[in-house]
Design a protein around this ligand. Structure first.
Ligand code: NI
Length: 186
């Protein structure tokens, strides 16, 4: 089932999400719905707050990105914990399904170590670098109520204000189902 993706301006995107346990109702169905939703929107990552749930869960599939095509970066991350980040900051042009039509350069560290549970609630500790690490950092931020635009300078954010306000009101060309917090307000 394709779920509507919550647009910028909704408070669900600004909250710190809570951990879940294996008893969480219909988790397998939720994960499969999130995959369907992400593929429909041509995304490479989707976090639970983006479909309106403040729980610590995100999914990835980097296969549309050339460098990740064969890497098998299709993963479910539950209750993830970034243990360390390292290396020299690098720039990557990020976008977000909740903030259509906006892409900006964001600086982050290139390597990370992460501990998480998979869809069967089995624990893993793994290291990632490059674009895979970047996707994880972006999605992990969503669980902390942080958006990629929060990493931009105050000036840059100011310049995006009008565009962001339009997104909240539903004025966007996004070709996937969305939920807009201010759709009927002026
Ligand atoms: Ni995002």
């Amino acid at each position: 089932m394709i779920l509507p993706i919550v647009a910028y301006g909704d408070t669900v995107l600004k909250k710190v999400s809570t951990t879940i346990d294996a008893g969480y109702p219909e988790i397998k169905k939720l994960i499969s719905d999130m995959y369907e939703t992400m593929y429909e929107a041509h995304g490479v990552g989707l976090a639970a707050p983006q479909i309106g749930k403040n729980i610590r869960l995100f999914i990835t599939d980097g296969s549309p990105i050339e460098s990740l095509k064969d890497a098998g970066f299709k993963k479910v991350f539950i209750n993830p914990e970034i243990i360390e980040e390292s290396g020299q900051e690098w720039v990557y042009n990020e976008g977000c399904l909740s903030i259509p039509d906006i892409r900006e350069d964001v600086m982050r560290l290139p390597q990370l170590k992460i501990k998480y549970l998979d869809e069967n609630f089995e624990e893993h500790t793994e290291t990632y670098d490059g674009v895979a690490a970047r996707i994880i950092q972006h999605e992990y931020d969503h669980l902390e109520g942080i958006l990629f635009i929060d990493h931009l300078s105050a000036l840059k954010k100011q310049l995006l204000k009008g565009k962001l306000s339009n997104i909240s009101r539903g004025k966007t060309d996004a070709e996937y189902r969305m939920k807009f917090p201010l759709a009927n307000k002026r």
